[in-house]
Design a protein around this ligand. Structure first.
Ligand code: SAM
Length: 292
């Protein structure tokens, strides 16, 4: 298998000039130009020849070359049609890569993983387009795509939100959602000068190792996440007020107050202090009162 040729500024500029490529801001295009960061991502994703990797947004194929070298198979989904001829060129030495020219949010990734990897869990590795980080990650979880781990470059602030717990200012619905499905670990912080063009924000590589078994048992997952979202929608309000006023929930004041009391919390408790276990219990306490 060919050694990667991309990953440094000179070769990236050469490819971009050869194809007269112009970056499209709307697609969150910030290409990696640092081989150390690329090595770190590949190493922390723990890829072997037995793995099928799903890459979201291959760009000009920089990380794809590294992935193709380490994995058995790579499926790379790229929305920008102008990148397709470039990818054909930069990936010509690799026979284990399939490029799909599509919007990843419109693809049935479960079907692709099932067909291409016989339903075996895949590893997702990507330098994500930041404008759709949350829908991509939540889509993988909620659509039950068979995934073993997700190792991705995201905005630093988003990585912090995914990893943090109760009592921290970054704690919120995203922290709880990610931690319900996976165990997050921040692998590295990555400064803007590792990309072309430089993003305005700091970045971080985070690895989410998917749970084999959920860390909490809850009767109604959908209700739990509605409760979580309602609790954080109105951060400055008490949990009771957040839940009573939520448009997506229809519990009475008495039902909400009784459930919070049964949880062993005072009337003034705020949602941001509750753990995942406590949200699961609260959801189970309220579930019998769900209308409709
Ligand atoms: N992997 C490359 C690298 O590291 O140099 C490029 C990463 S760049 C941050 C994000 C990539 O995602 C771009 O190539 C962009 O065109 C692509 N992209 C943006 N939105 C997408 C979508 N909805 N579906 C698939 N790819 C998308």
């Amino acid at each position: 298998m060919k050694e990667p040729t991309l990953g440094n500024p000179q070769n990236t500029i050469e490819v971009l000039q050869k194809y007269n490529f112009s970056f499209q801001k709307k697609f969150g295009q910030n290409f990696l130009i640092d081989t150390h960061v690329l090595d770190k991502i590949i190493q922390s994703a723990n890829i072997t020849e037995d793995d099928m990797v799903l890459e979201i947004g291959p760009g000009i194929g920089t990380m794809t070359q590294y992935l193709a070298q380490a994995a058995g198979k790579v499926i790379a989904v790229e929305i920008d049609k102008n990148l397709i001829p470039i990818l054909e060129d930069t990936l010509s030495g690799y026979d284990n890569v399939r490029v799909i020219n599509e919007d990843v949010l419109k693809l049935d990734l479960k079907k692709i993983a099932d067909e291409e990897n016989n339903g075996k869990p895949v590893k997702v590795v990507a330098n994500l387009p930041y404008y759709i980080t949350t829908p991509i990650i939540m889509g993988l979880f909620e659509n039950e795509v068979p995934v073993e781990s997700i190792t991705v470059m995201v905005q630093k602030e988003v990585a912090d939100r995914m990893q943090t717990g109760p009592g921290n200012k970054d704690y919120g619905a995203l922290s709880l959602a990610v931690q319900y499905y996976a165990d997050p670990y921040i692998v590295a912080n990555v400064p803007p000068n590792c990309f072309m063009p430089r993003p305005k924000v700091g970045s971080a590589v985070i690895r989410l190792t998917c749970h084999q078994e959920k860390p909490v048992q809850v009767q109604d997952e959908k209700l739990m996440f509605n409760i979580i979202r309602a609790s954080f929608n109105q951060r400055r309000k008490t949990l009771a007020n957040g839940l009573k006023n939520a448009a997506t929930l229809d519990f009475t004041k008495e039902e909400v107050e009784a459930a919070i009391d049964a949880l062993g919390k005072g009337a003034s408790v705020r949602g941001e202090t509750l753990t995942l276990e406590e949200f699961a219990r609260l959801s189970d306490l309220l579930s019998p009162y769900k209308k409709g």
